[in-house]
Design a binder for this molecule. Sequence first.
Ligand code: FAD
Length: 469
Amino acid sequence: MAQGNGEYDLVVIGAGPGGYVAAIRAAQLGLKVACVEKRASLGGTCLNVGCIPSKALLQSSEKFAEVSHGLERHGISAGKPKLDVAAMQANKDKIVSENTGGVAFLFRKNKVTAITGAARIAGIGKVEVNSGKPQTLAAKNILIATGSEPVPLPNVPVDEKRIVSSTGALCLDAVPKRLVVVGGGYIGLELGSVWRRLGSEVTVVEFLDRIVPAMDREIGQQLHRTLEKQGLKFRLATKVVGAEANKSGVTLRIAGAANGKTETLDCDVVLVAIGRRPHSDGLGLMEAGVAVDNAGRIAIDSDFRTSVEGIYAIGDVVAGPQLAHKASDEGIAVAEILAGQAGHVNYDAIPAVVYTAPEVACVGKTEEELKEAGVLYKVGKFPFTANPRARILGATEGMVKILADAKTDRILGCHIIGAEAGNMIHEAVVAMEFGASAEDLARICHAHPTLNEAVHEAAMAAGARAIHI
Ligand code: FAD
């Protein structure tokens, strides 16, 4: 990457999906922009060690599972498939470098100056970059987009070999015989699914009494049952209190969350995936007077302004869902605000997807959230067993669930568990963005035979007039 100098309208710290998108959009709007990234390649967590490599491995492992036991009903027998983990990892690495290289290309195209090094705020309008040869950039505005990092688990030290974070779990060079995943959130379940499909015995240890706690409970319970059917084992209401790694594996000490009863669990690899925390160490926030909240996230107002004039923050380092598309939308919004436009993010319509098989996707409120808020709502559900395309695909597990306001019929939430849920959810996102009612969705003609007909039927079910159930 080039070395930048001089006066910038905007210096962005961090080249993840928040920072790099903000840098490009600001440059498109005529600002002189530099983006400082301490990693050797651009794209942040998402492109390097997050969304992209995890989905590459999910795709490969899904193919392996399909060839292993998904083709017989089509009359196809491919024999026992052989697995080449090195080739699978090389494919993932190639996808990652094509994507990170794509960001470098976009920076050149949009004349964003990319600077490699760790940045620190050295006062109003000053960013110090430590890259062997220290330099100070003068900036009219600074945007902090430094993302997040895995939360460590006390007494379970990550060595990225036997005890790994998500980064290590993406790089294993062999299928572990026994894998324990600590944490039943989406990262643990996705990576657990990858190695389960490739043959690992996977046990998920979760402190709470349910997996994916933020998800609509009914959908989360169905995901739990489905993953169990795929052979993942779950130890709920259980905490991990320590781990000893030795040459042949790891002995985990676990305890009942309620009764404290301890036992041990032996495995070959442990994945610690208990969440991510804002990454703001070494940025000089305290010295600069930038306020953080109780969770260590940088505090911002609705225009992404921190407590210090000229310093803004977006993405995983601030509050809100830790998702790449949320970070990118904030990046676009803050760039437009800096260019004098009216940037805006609608936090009520941000989709979230879990890329297990089947996928889970949601937008808006869960049923539990509506109950807690005392909102009167109605529910429309449609199972994929009654959808012809799902039968053709052999993917009849799951359902679409639409929650609408009981009085106005406005769609308040949509939750899908099923094949292609991550693509399908966007129909509900668009509907919610435009303030649609369930009836609006029910009156839209849907192509046949498609999975989206289940969304259509769920919308009709919200008005008690589903046809195919
Ligand atoms: P990041 O992507 O974390 O980027 C921040 C960048 O700032 C990093 O590259 C870091 O090196 C750099 N940086 C930090 N400090 C400094 C400094 N002082 N100086 C210079 N540079 C600095 N989200 C989804 O939406 N979909 C998914 O499918 C998905 N899958 C995921 C799978 C895994 C395994 C993981 C770990 C995460 C996943 N995420 C997913 C979350 C997603 O990666 C994050 O929400 C997203 O990357 C946040 O973007 P960001 O720009 O805020 O920060």
